[in-house]
Design a protein around this ligand. Structure first.
Ligand SMILES: [Zn+2]
Length: 502
C-alpha cells in the first residue's frame, strides 16, 4: 500500500482551525461565509424533519440527503458534529389523516416514523444523533411559550396563544419579506382569535377528539413552529451553528422559529441558515398539496438507492433539480460504470498486494479536487466531477497504461482505488461490494425487460461446455443469440459474467 501519511486529513481539526477552508452560503446574510464554529472543532446542526402523516416525499428525501452529505463531509473534515433532526408527530395533517383511517393520531404518527426510518436506511441516510419528537418536548415548549408571554411578545386568546409579530422588530430578517405586503396578503382564518393577520399560533386550544396537554393557560397542543425552537434549544443550546431545511421553510417556519427563540432569549437562534432547493417534477414545485405525489418509497422500488443519491447530488444543493425517470436511469448507468470499473480494478489487482515504491503521477490530485469542490459550499456536482475523473483515470490505467513498469502501475492503481471509499464515503455511495451491486442491477434489468433468467443461465452453461469442448462456432452462436436478447458476456479470470445491456 502506498503510504497515506501525506494526506492533509492527518490532523484535520487543527488544520481546519488554523486555516478555515470550508465556506458555506448563509441564507441569513445572503453570502458565502467561512465556517467558524461557535465551539472549536464542533458543529451543532439542526434540520427540520418530516411531519409523519404519510410516506416521505421524494422532495424531502433530496433535502435530507443534502444534509446527510453535509454531516458526512464535516465529520470527514474532522469536526465533531451533533446532528438533530426532529419528527413532527402532532399536527393538523396527522389528525386529519388519522380521522380518515380511524386510527389514533399517535399510532398513525408512530407507523409513519417507522416507515420513514426504513426508507431513510434504504437511502443510506445516517441516523441523526438525536431524533426528538414533539410529544417528547411538551414541557420545554410550555416553558418557552410562558417566557414569551412573560416578555409581552405573546398573548392568549380564547385558549390559544399567539406570537405578536408587531412586538418583534426584527421579524422577516431571514426571508426579507415586506411586512406591509405580507399583512395585505394575510387573512385571519375563521375560528382563529389573533389580533393581527401575521400573528401565528404558539398553542392551539383543545378541540374534541384531538391530542391535548395541560398548560398554565389551558389544555391544548403546540403550534407547528414552536417545536423546532424548543427542540433545538434543548438538544443543541443557543446559539448553535447551522440550521437547515428545505427552501420552502424559510417563510414562515424559519422566520417564526427565529422570532420565538430570539424574542425569548435575546441571543441568535442559529449562526448559519442553509436551505436546499426544490425538486421539480415536470416543472412544477413538488409538494404534497399540489398533488404531484412521488414518495421516496415509490422511487426506491424502481431505482437503486445509491443511484438516487447520485442523482440528488448531481446539482448544487441550492439549485432546483428536475426529477425525471430519465435522469434516474442515467444515474443508475453512471453507478453501473463505477461498479464495473471497481470490479475490473479489483480483478486486475487481485490479493497480491503491492511492494512499496514510487507511483506514477499524483493520484491525490483527485482527492484535492474533491475537497476543493466540497469546501466551496458543499458543491457536490464538482465533487462528482472529481470522482468521475478518478474513475476515468483508473480505466485509462487498465486499458492504456502509460507506464511500462508493471509494479509501478499496480501501485498507482492501488493508490487510486484507495481513494474510492474516501470520496464515496462522503457522498454515501460506492460502499457496496461491486459484484453484489452489479448483480442487483442485473436483476432489476432482467425484471424490467421481462427476460427469462433460467433460459439465459442454461444458455450460458451450454456455451461454457461448448468452449471446453473447443466447439467455438457453437459457443459464438450462443453468444450472438444472447446478444440479440440484450445480454452481454464478459469472459474474465473469474469465469464468464453476463449483464443486461442498458
Ligand atoms: Zn422546523
Amino acid at each position: 500500500m502506498m503510504s497515506r501519511s501525506s494526506n492533509p486529513r492527518a490532523s484535520p481539526v487543527s488544520a481546519t482551525h488554523s486555516s478555515p477552508a470550508l465556506s458555506l452560503y448563509n441564507t441569513l446574510t445572503r453570502r458565502k461565509e467561512p465556517l467558524e464554529p461557535l465551539r472549536a472543532g464542533e458543529v451543532r446542526l439542526y434540520v427540520c424533519g418530516p411531519t409523519v402523516y404519510s410516506w416521505v416525499h421524494i422532495g424531502n428525501a433530496r433535502t435530507f440527503t443534502v444534509f446527510d452529505v453535509v454531516v458526512r463531509y464535516l465529520r470527514y473534515r474532522g469536526y465533531r458534529v451533533t446532528y438533530v433532526r426532529n419528527y413532527t408527530d402532532v399536527d393538523d395533517k396527522i389528525i386529519n389523516a388519522a380521522r380518515e383511517t380511524g386510527e389514533d393520531p399517535g399510532a398513525l404518527a408512530e407507523r409513519y416514523i417507522q416507515a420513514f426510518e426504513e426508507d431513510a436506511r434504504a437511502l443510506g441516510l445516517l441516523a441523526p444523533d438525536v431524533s426528538p419528537r414533539v410529544t417528547e418536548v411538551i414541557p420545554e415548549i410550555i416553558d418557552l411559550i410562558q417566557r414569551l408571554l412573560d416578555q409581552g411578545v405573546a398573548y392568549t386568546a380564547g385558549g390559544d396563544v399567539y406570537f405578536q409579530v408587531s412586538r418583534w422588530p426584527e421579524y422577516a430578517k431571514l426571508s426579507r419579506r415586506n411586512l406591509d405586503e405580507l399583512r395585505a396578503g394575510e387573512r385571519v382564518t375563521p375560528g382563529e382569535q389573533k389580533r393581527e393577520p401575521l400573528d401565528f399560533a404558539l398553542w392551539k386550544a383543545e378541540k374534541p377528539g384531538e391530542p391535548a396537554w395541560d398548560a398554565p393557560w389551558g389544555r391544548g397542543r403546540p403550534g407547528w413552529h414552536i417545536e423546532c425552537s424548543a427542540m433545538s434549544e434543548r438538544f443543541l443550546g443557543s446559539p448553535f451553528d447551522i440550521h437547515g431545511g428545505g427552501l420552502d421553510l424559510i417563510f414562515p417556519h424559519h422566520e417564526n422559529e427565529i422570532a420565538q427563540s430570539e424574542a425569548a432569549h435575546h441571543v441568535a437562534l442559529s449562526k448559519v441558515w442553509m436551505h436546499a432547493g426544490f425538486l421539480e417534477l415536470e416543472n412544477a414545485k413538488m409538494s404534497k398539496s399540489l398533488g404531484n405525489v412521488v414518495q421516496l418509497r415509490q422511487a426506491l422500488a424502481k431505482v437503486d438507492p445509491e443511484a438516487l443519491r447520485l442523482f440528488f447530488l448531481s446539482s448544487h444543493y441550492r439549485s432546483q433539480l428536475a426529477f425525471s425517470e430519465d435522469a434516474l436511469a442515467d444515474a443508475e448507468k453512471r453507478m453501473e460504470y463505477f461498479y464495473e470499473t471497481l470490479q475490473r480494478v479489483d480483478e486486475r489487482l487481485g490479493n497480491r498486494g503491492v511492494k512499496p515504491g514510487a507511483v506514477h503521477g499524483d493520484p491525490d490530485v483527485h482527492l484535492r479536487a474533491f475537497e476543493q469542490a466540497m469546501d466551496d459550499d458543499f458543491n457536490t456536482a464538482g465533487a462528482l466531477a472529481a470522482l468521475s475523473g478518478l474513475f476515468g483515470q483508473m480505466n485509462e490505467y487498465l486499458d492504456r497504461p502509460p507506464v511500462p513498469d508493471r509494479a509501478m502501475l499496480a501501485r498507482t492503481v492501488t493508490a487510486l482505488r484507495a481513494l474510492v471509499p474516501t470520496m464515496g464515503g462522503v457522498l454515501g455511495v460506492l460502499g457496496t461490494n461491486p459484484a453484489t451491486w452489479l448483480e442487483r442491477r442485473r436483476d432489476r434489468l432482467v425484471q424490467l425487460r421481462g427476460l427469462d433468467r433460467e433460459r439465459i443461465e442454461s444458455m450460458l452453461t451450454e456455451r461454457t461446455e461448448a468452449r471446453q469442448a473447443k466447439k467455438f462456432a457453437r459457443s459464438d452462436a450462443i453468444r450472438d443469440e444472447l446478444l440479440a436478447l440484450g445480454v452481454e458476456l464478459r469472459d474474465g479470470p473469474a469465469g464468464t459474467q453476463w449483464k443486461v445491456r442498458s
